[in-house]
Design a binder for this molecule. Structure first.
Ligand code: UDP
Ligand code: MN
Length: 433
């Protein structure tokens, strides 16, 4: 439900009832209906707009109703018992309001996502709700807590951190490059939010051999010091090595079927991710990233990757003109990008964002895959082609430079100062057979 509106409506209706009962039972002037209605409207409005609704919503109506009742007795010669009724009713209003919030809306629900039972039935949650993340941040207690004091070099507008690379896309999405941000500042800001990040990764058939290298390096370098849930989909749960992870990291192993064609394994990731968001992750994490398993991390990948919709610029294509990029150009495919269009070429090996944005992305891309299948066509680079089409028309809010997915086979040019994550060399024919 839209909390803000309903939250105003409930106390108004209840206050109307209070006022009405008051007049019936105790012979109080009719004007007494108006006061609690107006006050309750104010309470509802302020409660939702300004304050942490859950706590304050019980207290404010109680206090206000006390005042109303008191004024009532002073001004209108009403029996003192009249103080009690609005207090009790307001308590009920507050309580009902609170239950209502928990039951119907995820938008305001706060940090204990994990305690929400995973087996919960699917409810009609508003996955289009883009304010999910923003409203979770709106906690006055946190906003007014003492911010950490830090000392670091002052930024100057006429001294760009780097001049050899593009730091901002034409739609003003920042591009992450080593040497352009201060990790300590980012960590200190992020820590106040208490977010949980999910990582979806697949190890099907022979790809189970990459689990150890992936998890071992991610445990050390991926969002170090922050809460991360790794969700590993595999057809061989028994082959997952037992590994000790950092206390803030958790591993969830999820059985999944295999497909005979490697292209289908890769493409179906979009469908599995989209379904899992709907049934589980929407309750469990704030941000979600999909990553290939055949990679290792060598340097920190931190909270600079956190944003609403995040794409990684492919290490193979980052200097190529758009018309020589690997986009699908055949108009028959749903992944087709008309010639003359295209921003960057994004890698399907690493993308993510807020849970609701990743839901939209994976649902749309898999719809494209399904329609292509029905039309007997498969896009040039499978789900990656669909991802590129999606990100062309739904611009990412943040871009990761090729540092975040450097292909092991490529020589490293000067602008790539660090190799944070690299694909593991593999014998394609052997590992996909
Ligand atoms: N994958 C898998 N088993 C397979 C093929 C693919 O688990 O037999 C998953 C795995 O997570 C892999 C991802 O799909 O990282 C993408 O496939 P791949 O890495 O082979 O694609 P590339 O990075 O070479 O384009
Ligand atoms: Mn890969």
């Amino acid at each position: 439900m839209d909390i803000k509106k309903v939250h105003i409506v409930i106390p108004i209706v209840m206050a109307g009832i209070i006022g009405y009962l008051g007049t019936k039972i105790m012979d109080i002037k009719k004007v007494h209906i108006v006061i609690p209605i107006v006050m309750a409207g104010i309470i509802g409005y302020f409660g939702t707009e300004i304050m942490d609704i859950k706590k304050v919503h019980i207290l404010i109506p109680i206090v206000m109703a006390g005042i109303i009742g008191y004024l009532g007795t002073k001004i209108m010669d009403i029996k003192e018992v009249h103080i009690l009724i609005p207090i009790v009713m307001a308590g009920i209003i507050g309580y009902l309001g609170q239950v209502d919030l928990d039951e119907t809306s995820l938008v305001i629900s706060r940090i204990p996502h994990i305690s929400r039972p995973s087996s919960q039935p699917v409810r009609q949650v508003d996955l289009d709700e883009t304010s999910l993340v923003i409203s979770r941040q709106t906690d006055l207690n946190e906003a007014f807590s003492v911010l950490p004091r830090m000392s670091y070099p002052q930024p100057f507008v006429d001294k760009p951190q780097r001049t050899d690379v593009l730091l901002m896309s034409p739609w003003l999405a920042p591009i992450m490059w080593e040497g352009t941000f201060n990790r300590d500042i980012l960590n200190a800001q992020y820590r106040q939010k208490k977010f949980v990040v999910g990582v979806a990764t697949f190890a099907v058939k022979k790809y189970v051999r990459f689990i150890e290298g992936f998890l071992g390096s991610a445990n050390k370098f991926f969002l170090s010091g922050h809460r991360v849930n790794f969700y590993l989909f595999t057809d061989h749960p028994e082959k997952v090595p037992s590994m000790k992870l950092a206390p803030e990291k958790s591993l969830f192993i999820i059985p999944v079927q295999n497909y005979s064609r490697w292209q289908d394994i890769s493409m179906n990731r979009m469908d599995i991710i989209s379904n899992r968001i709907r049934t589980h992750w929407h309750y469990e994490v704030d941000y979600l990233y999909s990553m290939d398993i055949d990679v290792q991390m060598f340097e920190h990948i931190g909270v600079e990757i956190i944003d609403t919709l995040v794409g990684t610029i492919s290490s193979w294509q980052y200097t190529k003109p758009r018309d020589s990029n690997s986009y699908e150009r055949r108009p028959e495919s749903r992944a087709a990008i008309p010639s003359g269009e295209g921003d960057f070429y994004y890698a399907a090996s690493f993308y993510g964002g807020s849970v609701s944005e990743v839901y939209k992305l994976t649902t749309a891309c898999f719809k494209g895959v399904t329609e292509d299948r029905a039309n007997g066509i498969e896009a040039k680079w499978h789900e990656e082609s669909h991802l590129n089409k999606y990100l062309l028309y739904h611009k990412p809010t943040r871009l990761l430079s090729p540092e975040y997915y450097w292909d092991e086979e490529l020589p490293r040019p000067q602008i790539i100062r660090v190799k944070r994550l690299s694909s593991v060399r593999k014998d394609l024919e052997e590992v996909r057979s």
